[in-house]
Design a protein around this ligand. Structure first.
Ligand SMILES: Nc1nc2c(c(=O)[nH]1)N[C@H]1C(S)=C(S)[C@@H](COP(=O)(O)OP(=O)(O)OC[C@H]3O[C@@H](n4cnc5c(=O)[nH]c(N)nc54)[C@H](O)[C@@H]3O)O[C@H]1N2
Ligand SMILES: Nc1nc2c(c(=O)[nH]1)N[C@H]1C(S)=C(S)[C@@H](COP(=O)(O)OP(=O)(O)OC[C@H]3O[C@@H](n4cnc5c(=O)[nH]c(N)nc54)[C@H](O)[C@@H]3O)O[C@H]1N2
Ligand SMILES: [Mo]
Length: 775
């Protein structure tokens, strides 16, 4: 582990730094020999889908695309370390709860099912039959199926997700909170209202054609490194790349492709962003409205000059509705408000608008910087407005591109992991399987926590993920989970959630993506859907981490068989051969016609995207413009308005929470954040040097963060963060997730989508009460 230091990172993203980091990861996980074969099989036609991110691959068939963080994800799963029952039982669960996320997962891969023993406060091994019997007993004893909650994290394959939703609906509930609720829910919801599909409209081929790429609130250098390859190619071709991000992110500035001998040997690098707009945290709607206002102005100027229009008037007339209302709203918008809320001058925004107006093929990408706000849905729809007014949807080289997180988060939704299923989908399940599916809406992530907190739900089952760490309002969430009669986690590695448990608890170890899945009919493939709706096969190549592991489909099937003895679904027959599961998927979803054949073609197949074809599955049958006000009423606004008084107590900051380069969500691989110049530590707070000076503090000073929402019902504190000067707008600070999740109130979530507002938290700073030991 490196020593704690702050050192400006001079290099480009990628490059030798990335190669060095990879070598270290392999050594750390002791997988150097077999590791290379494992790594070369990631995203190959007959290999496994990289468990890293949901960015697609060229044909899923090109040579190994180098990705440092994909390597970390694969290495973390293929580690030689084992969290056997003995290793885990060396400590009480109370002790383990006090460990860092890093230390918990560093125990290695789980090897056997575990049951919690309240007398010893330790886990011990348990057989699979017994484990399923415990879950079945609890589920069957519930007064109502709606008192059980079934969470999904986004690594679960299509086959496992399909069986899972089928089992849970036959059991009788739609309680399907998933990681998407905390992630791209506003994208799905916003896009559905704008263009009729809750998914992106572009493919990788569009990236080859685009002459302008907009990147809002996304950090590809860390979270989607393979996207840098597309951006590099686009930049070299002369495409303009505009980044909108409060933080200066290395990966958006310069990139050296580790696969380019020239760049690697010459020390050269490609400039990624042609322009960088450092807006204020939460200022995206204001910024977008400013750009749209300029585009309208530029169009007026073009009309006056008699030159080519900026607006695509033919598209507007034929395909859209609501443009006049948008125009009226934007024209009435006040520049002073736009400037104040975005933190950018009208002149700067004019520059962005001019680039966009000159471009013929514009793609807009976005990530968590857009969605995890009170008005995340509004921001997504404002991006859609921007593209639609220029006719940039359903045209080659242009379109909408929400960049998804987990490798199969999009596929899980497609398979029906959704708390608000459509009536048509439920009708189909009923017709195919003959049971009456539950019709009432289920709990999303926030709703599930509230239900457990209030005693309306008492069994919590998680298919992957780390619910206790990834969710907001840590004390409330923990108390909610601890009120349950039973908590069950299907997982590859031991994590925080396995220490925050109900009166009874199970941890069920499963196969990971990289491992061979052998069932009665031989070795099985699963399928996944990437961020661009490409569905393809994945099959592991490593021997399982332990002979006791079951696949996720098998876990669902055995659980279903144990819980629903009179089920109408042939559970155990289905999992003998996953082709049978795919045959069922094809019967339920029309888009999967010929699934088994199509998915075996090289590169798989693309699901139909109506918006990409300019067919609009909205209420009106047209692409719809949506009007949204610039937010001036969020908890951050109210906290800043209420602030006053002398010194630190009088200053309220907007905290945004981000990922470091050495983590995968709650899985912390290491303590470096190379591109941001942070080494050997995670408890840092990025702040503008002048704000720090105004607080009367030196760089490196330790502070505590205190929640500042005026209408909050309790005191929220996160203790012990070291100030790091950073290129970030004044009034904004940034820290890492999940350490900062305690500061997000459960009640603070996006309008409509209920995504926790992890990217805009009002906080005050105070001198640290104590300096953390690990520091
Ligand atoms: N290696 C690695 N890969 C991952 C993950 C990981 O943890 N590690 N996580 C996966 C998952 S689940 C997801 S969802 C994605 C997440 O990928 P990203 O969306 O890139 O995730 P974040 O790091 O949360 O934040 C994105 C960016 O938003 C900026 N930002 C913060 N606040 C604002 C704002 O108000 N406005 C704007 N415009 N920008 C803002 C931050 O500075 C940061 O650069 O990555 C996936 N891939
Ligand atoms: N403050 C703040 N909070 C956030 C965010 C933020 O930006 N800021 N981001 C949010 C986002 S975008 C997301 S997606 C969520 C993530 O929330 P989750 O998806 O719940 O969390 P992860 O950390 O990705 O889950 C990691 C665990 O998954 C298990 N695992 C890994 N691979 C597999 C597998 O193949 N099968 C099974 N069964 N288990 C496996 C391992 O045990 C590992 O410990 O967090 C959200 N929370
Ligand atoms: Mo995510």
């Amino acid at each position: 582990m490196s020593e704690a230091k702050i050192q400006f990172y001079k290099g480009p993203a990628g490059g030798w730094g990335a190669l060095r980091s990879v070598a270290r990861q392999l050594l750390q996980h002791r997988i150097a020999a077999k590791g290379s074969r494992t790594l070369l099989s990631a995203n190959q036609p007959d290999g496994f889908d990289c468990p890293g991110c949901a960015w697609p691959d060229r044909q899923h068939a090109s040579s190994f695309e180098f990705c440092e963080n994909g390597v970390k994800a694969v290495a973390a799963e293929a580690t030689a370390d084992r969290a056997t029952p003995d290793v885990i039982a060396r400590h009480t669960v109370t002790e383990l709860r006090g460990w860092s996320d890093h230390a918990l997962e560093a125990m290695g891969r789980l090897t056997e099912p575990l049951v919690y023993d309240a007398h010893t406060d330790r886990y011990r091994a348990i057989g699979w039959d017994e484990a399923f019997a415990i879950v079945a007993r609890h589920l069957r004893a519930l007064p109502s199926p709606d008192e059980a909650i079934f969470y999904t994290s986004g690594r679960t394959s299509n086959e496992a997700a399909f069986l899972y939703q089928l089992f849970v609906r036959e059991f009788g509930t739609n309680n399907f909170p998933d990681c998407s609720n905390m992630c791209h829910e506003p994208s799905g919801m916003g896009l559905k209202g704008s263009v009729g599909v809750g998914k992106g409209t572009v493919t990788l081929d569009d990236f080859e054609l685009a002459d302008c790429i907009l990147i809002f609130g996304q950090n590809p250098g860390t979270n989607h490194p393979r996207m840098l390859g597309e951006l590099r190619a686009a930049a070299r071709r002369g495409a303009r790349i505009l980044s909108f991000n409060p933080l200066r992110e290395r990966g958006l500035e310069r990139f050296a492709d580790p696969q380019s001998p020239v760049e690697m040997l010459s020390g050269g690098a490609t400039t990624i962003s042609s322009d960088y707009f450092q807006l204020k945290v939460g200022g995206d709607i204001a910024l977008l409205k400013g750009i749209i206002k300029h585009l309208l102005q530029l169009d007026d100027e073009a009309v006056a000059r008699g030159s080519a229009r900026v607006l695509d008037t033919a598209f507007l007339a034929e395909h859209t509705m609501g443009f006049d209302a948008l125009r009226a709203d934007i024209e009435a918008e006040d520049w002073a408000l736009i400037e104040r809320e975005s933190g950018l001058s009208a002149e700067r925004l004019r520059h962005a608008a001019e680039v966009i107006a000159r471009s013929d093929k514009v793609i807009a990408c976005w990530g968590m910087g857009i969605t995890q706000h009170r008005h995340g849905v509004g921001a997504v729809q404002m991006i859609a407005n921007l593209l639609l007014m220029r006719g940039m949807v359903g045209r080659p080289g242009a379109g909408l591109c929400p960049v998804r997180g987990h490798s199969n988060v999009q596929g899980d939704r497609t398979m029906g992991i959704y708390e608000k299923p459509s009536a048509a989908f439920l009708d189909r399940l009923q017709a195919v399987y003959g049971f009456e599916p539950p019709r009432a809406e289920g709990y999303d992530t926030v709703g599930a926590i509230e239900a457990m907190r209030d005693g309306r739900a008492s069994v919590f089952f998680a298919m992957g993920g780390n619910f206790a760490a990834a969710t907001p309002d840590t004390p409330t969430t923990w108390a909610a989970l601890q009120r349950c009669a039973l908590t069950v986690h299907v997982a590859t590695k031991f994590n925080r959630s396995h220490t925050v448990i109900g009166r009874e608890a199970l941890v069920l170890p499963c196969l990971g993506r990289t491992e061979i899945d052998e069932q009665a009919h031989g070795i099985q493939h699963v399928s996944v859907e990437d961020s661009m709706s490409m569905v393809h096969l994945s099959a592991g190549i490593n021997a399982p981490a332990s002979p006791h592991l079951l696949s996720e489909p098998m876990i669902v099937a055995r659980l279903a068989a144990a819980t629903l003895p009179d089920s109408r679904v042939p559970w155990m027959w289905l999992v003998e051969d996953y082709d049978r599961i795919r045959d069922h998927i094809e019967v339920v979803f029309d888009d999967f016609k010929g699934f088994n054949d199509k998915v075996r073609q090289p590169g798989g197949f693309r699901l139909r995207n109506t918006a990409g074809e300019r067919v609009w599955a909205t209420a009106s049958g047209l692409a719809e413009f949506h009007v949204h006000a610039i937010p001036t009423d969020t908890a951050v606004h109210r906290a800043k308005a209420a602030a006053g008084g002398e010194g630190m107590a009088g200053m309220v900051f907007t905290l945004t929470t981000v990922r470091s380069h050495d983590q995968y969500n709650t899985t912390v691989y290491g303590l470096d954040d190379r591109y941001r110049g942070v080494f050997g530590q995670r408890r840092v707070l990025f702040i503008h040097a002048e704000d720090r000076a105004r607080l009367g503090l030196l760089e490196g000073a330790w502070v505590d963060l205190v929640g500042a929402a005026p209408d909050d019902d309790c005191v929220r504190e996160a203790e012990g963060f070291r100030l790091v000067d950073y290129d970030i707008p004044r009034g904004c600070v940034a820290g890492y997730y999940p350490e900062t999740n305690v500061l997000v109130p459960l009640s603070s979530h996006a309008v409509g989508a209920r995504t926790p507002t992890s990217k805009s938290i009002p906080v005050r700073l105070r001198p640290a009460r104590s300096v953390p030991e690990a520091a």
